[in-house]
Design a protein around this ligand. Structure first.
Ligand code: NDP
Ligand code: MG
Length: 391
C-alpha cells in the first residue's frame, strides 16, 4: 500500500513538546493529508501545548502537572479540545482511540500512559525506552496479550527491527548496537571530573532532550538500550553487542550464522525511525537528508571503555540479575541525572550513585505494575537521600 492510498491516520503524541514530539509533529505537518493529530501531551510547557492543540484542532490536550490544568483550560476555552491533567489524565488520553501513538515521554513516567495505549492495541511507536527497562516483562506481556504492533523508534532498535529475520531468529548469531560514544568519547578521567551540564547536553551527532543527552554522555543510554533490545528481540543476553561508532551512520546491525551482517544506515535524524512508525508498514518521505557516504568518507569503530564509562557494564549486570534490578538502575539514574543537570552532582558521580543504590536495595522478582512503581519509588527515595548527602 502506498502511503497516499490510505485514509488519514489519527495520531497521539505523548510528550509533544519534547525532542521526539517535535520531530513527530514536523513529519505530520509535512503530510497534512495523511495524519490527524488527535491527542497531545506535555508535563509543564502549558503554553506550547495549548498552541499545538489549537493548531491541530486536537480532541484532547493533557498536561501532566495537575496545577497547570486551569491555565490550559483557559487557553483553550474557545476551542473544542478536551483538557485533561495529571497521571490519570495522561492514561485517559492514551486510551482515546487513535491509530498510532508516539510514546515520547521521558523516563519511567511514560510507563503507565504507554501501557494504556498498548492495552487498546494501538500501533505504538516506542521512543520511551525506560518503559522496557523498568517493566520490560510486564510491558511485553501486555503487547502480546493485546496484539499490539510495537515499533521501536529508538534509532538502534528501529535499525535492528528493519533487518532482523523474525521468521528465523535461530539464524541470528548476534545483534550489535552502535553508540556514538557521546561528547566525551576521548576525554580522560581528569577531564570527566570537570564536565558541566552545558557540555554534557551537547551531543556531537543527535539533537535530543537533556536526560537522554546526559545518558549518552555517560553511556548509560547504551546500557538502557541493551536491556531494551533484550525485551524487543528474541536473542540471548550474551548475543547483544555494543560498538562505538562515532559517525552515527550505521544505526545498528544483525549478524547471521552464515557470516552476513545486515545493517541499517542513514543520516542521524530521528525523523527516519519516527516516520517508520507513523506510516508503518509503508515508508514515507521523511525529508531527511540523503546519506552522503563519499562526503563522510570514513566509518570508525572502537570498543567501549568500561573504565571511564562504567554505566554500560552496570546496566548489563542489572539485566543479568533480573527482577527489579533494571527498575532500580533506571530510577536511580533518573534521579542522578536530574541532580547533575541542576549542578548538584558531579558527572562521574552519576554511575557511582546508581551503583550505591543498586547495592543497597534488595532485589526481588517483579509481580505487577504496582510492584514496579513501588520499587521505582523506593529507588528514587534512596537515590535522592544519597545524592543530597554528597552535597
Ligand atoms: P524531552 O525531554 O525533549 O521531552 C520529553 C517530553 O515528555 C516533553 O514533552 C515533556 O513535557 C514530557 N514529560 C517530561 N516529564 C514528564 C512526566 N513526568 N510525565 C509526563 N510527561 C513528561 O525528551 P526526548 O524527546 O529527548 O526523549 C523522549 C523519550 O524518547 C526518552 O525516553 C528518550 O530516551 C527517548 N529517545 C529520544 C531520542 C531523541 O532523539 N530525543 C532518541 C531515542 C530515544 P514538557 O516539555 O512540558 O516538560
Ligand atoms: Mg538510541
Amino acid at each position: 500500500m502506498n502511503s497516499t492510498d490510505r485514509k488519514a491516520r489519527s495520531v497521539t503524541i505523548l510528550g509533544a513538546t519534547g525532542s521526539i514530539g517535535q520531530s513527530s509533529l514536523k513529519l505530520v505537518d509535512a503530510a497534512p493529508d495523511q495524519f490527524n493529530v488527535e491527542v497531545l501531551s506535555a508535563q509543564n510547557n502549558v503554553a506550547q501545548l495549548a498552541e499545538l492543540a489549537r493548531k491541530h484542532a486536537a480532541s484532547i490536550a493533557v498536561i501532566g502537572d495537575p496545577a497547570k490544568k486551569d491555565t490550559l483550560s483557559a487557553m483553550l476555552a474557545d476551542t473544542n479540545t478536551t483538557v485533561l491533567a495529571g497521571t490519570d489524565g495522561l492514561q485517559e488520553a492514551a486510551r482515546f482511540p487513535t491509530d498510532v501513538v508516539i510514546a515520547g515521554i521521558v523516563g519511567a513516567a511514560g510507563l503507565a500512559p504507554t501501557l494504556a495505549a498498548v492495552e487498546r492495541g494501538a500501533i505504538v511507536g516506542l521512543a520511551n525506552k525506560e518503559c522496557l527497562v523498568c517493566a520490560g516483562d510486564l510491558f511485553m506481556t501486555a503487547v502480546n496479550r493485546h496484539g499490539t504492533t510495537l515499533l521501536p523508534v529508538d534509532s538502534e532498535h528501529n535499525a535492528i527491527y528493519q533487518v532482523f529475520d523474525f521468521n528465523a531468529p535461530e539464524s541470528v548469531s548476534k545483534i550489535t548496537l552502535t553508540a556514538s560514544g557521546g561528547p566525551f568519547r576521548s576525554a580522560s578521567l581528569v577531564d570527566l571530573e570537570r564536565v558541566t551540564p552545558e557540555r554534557a547536553v551537547k551531543h556531537p551527532n543527535w539533537s535530543m532532550g537533556p536526560k537522554i543527552s546526559v545518558d549518552s554522555a555517560t553511556l548509560m543510554n547504551k546500557g538502557l538500550e541493551v536491556i531494551e533490545a533484550w525485551h524487543l528481540f528474541p536473542v540471548e543476553k550474551e548475543q547483544i553487542d555494543v560498538i562505538i561508532h562515532p559517525q552515527s551512520v550505521i544505526h545498528s546491525m544483525v549478524s547471521y550464522v552464515d557470516g552476513s551482517v545486515l545493517a541499517q544506515l542513514g543520516s542521524p535524524d530521528m525523523k527516519t525511525p519516527i516516520s517508520y512508525a507513523l506510516n508503518w508498514p509503508s515508508r514515507m518521505d521523511s525529508g531527511v537528508t540523503t546519506l552522503d557516504l563519499a562526503g563522510i568518507a570514513r566509518l570508525d569503530f572502537e570498543e567501549p571503555d568500561e573504565n571511564r564509562f562504567p554505566a554500560l557494564k552496570m546496566a548489563r549486570q542489572a539485566l543479568q540479575t533480573g527482577g527489579g534490578a533494571p527498575t532500580i538502575l533506571n530510577a536511580a539514574n533518573e534521579v542522578a541525572v536530574e541532580f547533575f543537570l541542576n549542578g548538584a552532582l558531579a558527572f562521574l558521580d552519576i554511575p557511582k550513585l546508581v551503583e550505591s543504590v543498586l547495592s543497597n536495595i534488595s532485589i526481588e522478582p517483579l509481580e505487577s505494575l504496582d510492584h514496579v512503581m513501588e520499587v521505582d519509588a523506593k529507588a528514587r527515595v534512596e537515590a535522592t537521600q544519597r545524592a543530597s548527602r554528597r552535597n
